[in-house]
Design a protein around this ligand. Structure first.
Ligand code: SF4
Ligand code: SF4
Ligand code: SF4
Ligand code: FES
Length: 353
């Protein structure tokens, strides 16, 4: 593989030909800000916040879409780079609502983070202040809200929906100041092709797309627990957001099976965990009515009935149905129980019920 040598912020580095300046900088631990960049998507160069200075180049270049060149000398934090980034943030604030106090994305918003990083002041925010956007908030979807007044038009949601989710439910509408993200013909999200996977929501860098929260929480109040989704056998990696011992949200994690994507069940289907109707103990029917029982009592009854049926009618009178939501190990043990203890091959799982 052809290697390219360059210098970034005075440090020499060698990277494979075709690497972007952004990735070369990241390999040195340099965190260049990005809004529209996502390593899974084709570069778009929409937001310009990732600009860097390249010696002898006519202007600043977007590091997310510019490949490295032999002998390049790059500065990621020079005065002109910092000023350009501040100017981009000032322009974003020109028509952005000042809603950080109550915005659901506060603490997890790149516009907020970068404004902090580059010391954006009241003066900066007011510099280009003008007309504010007045888009109607679309909360028709059961699981998330689209507030286009907070959109910075990075286009990431559109590309994720098209290139990764392959649904193409949303796009840009209008031009200039009124440009916004919407399903075709301005229809509501609920009546659009959107399948509520929430992948656009998970990666929107601002509060323009945010998950509805059955329980309110702030970003800094939740503990994040890495785990594997239990809905099906794909094995998507995710993080449970836990507040006061209660799951209040889910974020995707980049695992080999899901590459940072989830479906509607993994992303939004967590309310059953604390639902009051959820069974917490086994139930045994007595006199036509279910009554709570201990595990010892329930297992003893099941073993007794299984043995009785097998002894009276033979092992093939019994069938066992397991669940795709159990682990491999649990399903393995279940078929061992049916084949070994009961003596039948009648064993299947819920996906073929
Ligand atoms: S989207 Fe970000 S910057 Fe805008 S109001 Fe919300 S937290 Fe603040
Ligand atoms: S929730 Fe999924 S399907 Fe709907 S717009 Fe977002 S990415 Fe597309
Ligand atoms: S809704 Fe979010 S992801 Fe989509 S363009 Fe606006 S800021 Fe970017
Ligand atoms: S992150 Fe490079 S242009 Fe948006």
């Amino acid at each position: 593989m052809k290697m390219i040598s360059l210098t970034i912020d005075g440090i020499s580095v060698q990277v494979p030909d075709g690497t972007t300046i952004l990735d070369a900088a990241a390999s040195l631990g340099i965190d260049v800000p990005t809004f529209c960049h996502d390593p899974r998507l084709r570069p778009d160069g929409a937001c310009r916040i990732c600009v860097v200075e390249v010696e002898k180049a006519r202007s600043l270049v977007t590091s997310c879409s510019t490949p490295v060149g032999e002998g390049m000398v790059v500065y990621t934090d020079s005065p002109s780079v910092v000023e350009a980034r501040k100017e981009i943030l000032r322009l974003m604030w020109a028509n952005h609502p000042y809603n950080c106090l109550t915005c659901e994305k506060a603490g997890n918003c790149k516009l907020q983070d970068y404004s902090y990083r580059y010391g954006i002041t009241d003066e900066d925010i007011q510099l280009f202040a003008g007309e504010k956007k007045k888009h109607e908030i679309d909360d028709s979807n059961k699981f998330y809200i689209s507030d286009q007044n907070k959109c910075i038009l990075c286009g990431k949601c559109v590309r994720i929906c098209g290139e990764l989710q392959c649904t193409n439910a949303i796009g840009r509408s209008d031009r200039g100041f009124t440009t916004h993200i919407t399903p075709p013909f301005e229809i509501k999200l609920e009546t659009s092709e959107c399948v509520s996977c929430g992948n656009c929501v998970s990666y929107c860098p601002t509060g323009a797309l945010s998950a509805k929260k059955p329980v309110k929480y702030r970003e800094w109040e939740v503990k994040r627990v890495d785990t594997t989704c239990t809905y099906c056998g794909v094995g998507c990696q995710l993080q449970l957001l836990v507040k006061d011992n209660r799951v209040v949200g889910v974020e995707p994690v980049n695992g080999p099976a899901n590459e940072g994507l989830l479906c509607v069940k993994g992303k939004f289907g967590y309310n059953f965990i604390n639902h009051p109707d959820r069974l917490k103990t086994p139930l045994i029917k007595k006199d036509g009515k279910f009554e709570e029982a201990s595990w010892a009592e329930a297992l003893e009854l099941v073993a007794e009935k299984l043995s009785e049926t097998r002894d009276k009618y033979g092992p093939d009178a019994v069938a066992g149905l397991s669940s795709a939501r159990c682990t491999n190990e649990e399903n393995y043990l279940f078929q061992k129980l049916m084949r070994g203890a009961v003596g039948t091959n009648n064993v299947d799982h819920c996906a073929r019920l």
